[in-house]
Design a protein around this ligand. Structure first.
Ligand SMILES: Cc1cc2nc3c(=O)[nH]c(=O)nc-3n(C[C@H](O)[C@H](O)[C@H](O)COP(=O)(O)OP(=O)(O)OC[C@H]3O[C@@H](n4cnc5c(N)ncnc54)[C@H](O)[C@@H]3O)c2cc1C
Length: 400
């Protein structure tokens, strides 16, 4: 779809992963219609959010704690199938069942204040359809200032924005001296497609998260040698990870966000779960960890104490950062580099909600944040009290 002029909607949802779909579900629940009152835009080619890009050897049984989207369970999945297929298929069914009409592939390139437009881009507003009762009392909202959402299918003028763009698009590469002279291959875990590419190679895996450990354990049996390096000593977590631990982990991330600091990764606050595979990896020595090396050379890595390791490949499993570049014109960031929020709403712009960010960067967190954002936006746009409802009730009323 391409539009001339600017299309006016109540809400734009950017991203159709867990967080964006949960938000879209709840927007419907509070009375908004897809393609009339709100649009969901996603730049990936298929349903599944970032899951569609995850490596084929990440089978569904290796995914821990994946929470189903609101209103529809994920049942009967073959645990040996790649999670990209299982979850991609599930999201596809979900979008159809609830008629969420995700526009893809559509990239959101920038979100800015409508008034901040250069004169040649002043909007010629075309309403998509009848907007109905929901919009009747919105006149008071922020003096009718709208957000201009620039996309590859044209521009939207929105009263509110739910940003659910995850982190997959921004793999984090640490800067390490000597990267430019290293003669072997350097890749990020986002580019990992399975262990075969590492057969008979000497591999250094950098990073202390779940991806690092899973990929290292897959590579070790086929590689000539592996070395694991992490900046901080990894913390292995014994015992179950229950609700209480989950709440404590979320509280830690929330505290950073409250202080205007960039959120930490989940593993940095939860530790690595001690699975059977990890136990075996520790016993065999594959998970003996070294501190981060000082620099790379043409043939390997060198540590401060003179230790060297020859390497053919450096695999950076060093995580991701929130994909928020398109929000830069709104200047949401604090001097500390983070974005302060109240619930899902950003403190610097009440029309902008971040879901799947910081404390809600997990499948369960994304579900809750999606609901909170939809309810809060509905309240803001209509000045209504928050509607109470049950997810099961919605599933029954929306599924066709
Ligand atoms: C390897 C791995 C395993 C994980 N396993 C688990 C697990 O077992 N349990 C768990 O709870 N969590 C897990 N997580 C975290 C989990 O993936 C997330 O919490 C959740 O799925 C992220 O959902 P999301 O909707 O926030 O982001 P995503 O799934 O990344 O979706 C974001 C969407 O936004 C789109 N997008 C981005 N930028 C733009 C733009 N500018 N314009 C348009 N569209 C855009 C992308 O195309 C994408 O479809 C894992 C993460 C990784 C990396």
């Amino acid at each position: 779809m391409n539009y001339t002029g600017v299309r006016e909607v109540e809400v734009v949802v950017v991203g159709a992963g867990q967080a964006g779909l949960a938000a879209a579900f709840h927007l419907r629940r509070v009375g908004y219609e897809p393609d009339r009152d709100f649009v969901v835009l996603d730049h990936s080619p298929r349903p599944g959010g970032a899951w569609q890009f995850r490596w084929p050897t990440l089978t569904y049984d290796k995914v821990h704690g994946m929470h189903a989207l609101p209103g529809m369970g994920l049942t009967g999945a073959d645990p040996r199938r790649p999670s990209s297929e299982v979850i991609g298929g599930y999201f596809d069914d979900y979008e159809r069942t609830f008629g969420l009409r995700v526009h893809r592939p559509v990239s959101v390139t920038a979100v800015r204040e409508e008034g901040g437009l250069p004169p040649w881009k002043k909007p010629v507003v075309a309403r998509a359809g009848s907007v109905g009762a929901l919009t009747e009392s919105v006149g008071a909202l922020e003096g009718e200032r709208r957000l201009l959402v620039e996309t590859s299918e044209g521009d939207y003028a929105a009263r509110a924005l739910i940003n659910a763009t995850g982190t997959w698009d921004r793999p984090f590469w640490p800067r390490i001296p000597g990267q430019e002279v290293f003669g072997g291959r350097q890749l990020h875990s986002a580019q990992y497609r399975g262990p075969e590419a590492f057969r008979a190679a000497r591999v250094v895996v950098v990073g202390g998260g779940t991806s690092a450990v899973q990929q290292l354990l897959e590579i070790a049996p086929v590689a000539a040698a592996t070395t694991w390096v992490t900046r901080r000593p990894p913390v292995f977590r014994e015992g179950p990870f229950g609700e209480e631990q989950g709440r404590a982990a979320v509280a830690l991330v929330e505290e950073r966000v409250r202080q205007g600091l960039p959120p930490r990764s989940v593993v940095s606050v939860t530790g690595l779960p001690m699975t059977e595979a990890i136990r075996r990896g520790r016993e065999s020595g594959v998970l003996d960890r070294l501190p981060l090396f000082e620099r790379l050379t043409p043939t390997g890595a060198v540590w401060g104490d003179g230790r060297t390791v020859e390497a053919d490949v450096i695999l950076y499993a060093t995580g991701f950062r929130p994909a928020l570049d398109h929000l830069a014109p709104l200047r949401l960031r604090e001097p500390g580099g983070g974005i302060r929020m109240e619930g899902t709403r950003t403190l610097r712009d009440a029309r902008v909600h971040l879901v799947g960010y910081g404390p809600s960067a997990s499948t369960i967190g994304a579900n809750r944040a999606g609901r909170a954002a939809a309810v809060s936006i509905r309240g803001m746009l209509t000045e209504d009290s928050q509607p109470a409802y049950e997810e099961t009730e919605l599933a029954g009323s929306l599924a066709s």
